[in-house]
Design a protein around this ligand. Structure first.
Ligand code: NAD
Ligand code: UDP
Length: 314
């Protein structure tokens, strides 16, 4: 039988982090969940608090911390534009100082570390779909830069600790992911539209809704991240993980209206600055190296997410 590992999940009380903690506990691992509860919540992990293999640490990763672990999933960072733009200086500090401190742990105790990077490193892309070799088109001085440049710097740090200190690293570029436990005030498009539909409010589409995104259900994403972590040491990425089926935001809104049976109207708000026009991952690498393929189509994932929000609101 494989030895039980001690795994650190930074940002473990957030949307993706809490699902990852569930997955790792189910795998029989020991889990240390670290979070400062900026966008995460105790409710996401409450069911794990009394588990003997689960430990929670309230800590802000912009400050150093010393822990003994075998593997690290580095997820601590607000992911919704609304939240990462709320305190942009804090956001970029979280990505840069947070990644340095987390890599410091990995280096000191020889732990393997996976960074939750993002499709935002491609910015507003001219290449479509986006492959990992594309360097991206990021505005370095715009309102999304705190997040985009923060993650680009985090990737740079990962690579340099790997080249300079031999740290075992994995870089996952996560594309738009949705599902249960997105916060009610998260502000990202899937949770916004579902909540608006369920509450009978207008569905807010920014711009004309012709911009595209490719949505991955959380369960598929967690499987992909865990599979990447378990690859041999030479498989470091960066690797796109996401669902390549592309939708316009307008089509997403119409699907939400259909599945909720809501009578809400669609209204248009101004498009935020630097909002990417199109986004779709090329997942050839994940398919070949991980034998991973997303399996949950948007309709099914939306049904599960709608059910979650219905229960949360009732
Ligand atoms: P989330 O906001 O729900 O989770 C982030 C978690 O990190 C929260 O629990 C938050 O409290 C915690 N956190 C933030 N700053 C911290 C700090 N300074 N110290 C300690 N903890 C801190 O977002 P999510 O969707 O679960 O995203 C998780 C990770 O995945 C993030 O790094 C994000 O950039 C990345 N990602 C997510 C998506 C997506 O579509 N969900 C896409 C690309 C990348
Ligand atoms: N969006 C929208 N209505 C909303 C929230 C977002 O039309 O209530 C749009 C947003 O402008 C973007 C897309 O939906 O084009 C995805 O936005 P999100 O904030 O979910 O993530 P992004 O991929 O932009 O980081």
């Amino acid at each position: 039988m494989a030895m039980k590992k001690r795994v650190l999940v930074t940002g473990g009380a957030g949307f993706l982090g809490s699902h990852l903690c569930d997955f790792l506990i189910a795998q029989g691992e020991e889990v240390i969940c670290l979070d400062n509860f900026f966008t995460g919540s105790k409710d996401n992990i409450r069911h794990l608090l009394s588990h003997e293999r689960f430990e929670l640490i309230r800590h802000d990763i912009i400050n150093p911390i010393y822990l003994e672990v075998d593997e690290i999933y580095s997820l601590a960072c607000p992911a919704s534009p609304v939240h990462y733009q709320y305190n942009p200086i804090k956001t970029i500090k979280t990505s840069i100082l947070g990644t340095i401190h987390t890599l410091g742990i990995a280096k000191r105790v020889r732990a393997k570390i996976l960074l939750a990077s993002t499709s935002e490193v491609y910015g507003d892309p001219e290449e479509h779909p986006q492959g990992e070799s594309y360097w991206g088109r990021v505005n370095p001085v715009g309102i999304r830069s705190c997040y985009d440049e923060g993650k680009r710097a985090a990737e740079c740090l990962m690579m340099d600790y790997h080249r300079q200190n031999g740290v075992r690293i994995k870089i996952a570029r996560i594309f738009n992911t949705y599902g249960p436990r997105m916060a009610l005030n998260d502000g990202r498009v899937v949770s916004n539209l579902i909540l608006q539909a369920l509450r009978g409010e207008d569905l807010t589409i920014y711009g004309d809704g012709s911009q595209t995104r490719s949505f991955c259900y959380v369960e598929d994403m967690i499987a992909g991240l865990a599979q990447l972590m378990n690859t041999p040491d030479d498989c470091i990425g960066p690797m796109n993980i996401g669902n390549p089926v592309e939708f316009t935001i307008l089509a997403l809104a119409e699907e939400v209206l259909r599945l909720t049976g809501s009578k809400s109207r669609i209204v248009h708000h101004p498009l935020p600055q630097d909002d990417p026009v199109q986004r779709k991952p090329d997942i050839t690498q994940a398919r070949n190296r991980l034998k991973w393929n997303p399996s949950i189509p948007l309709e099914e994932g939306l049904r599960r997410t709608i059910e979650y929000f219905q229960n949360t609101l009732s």
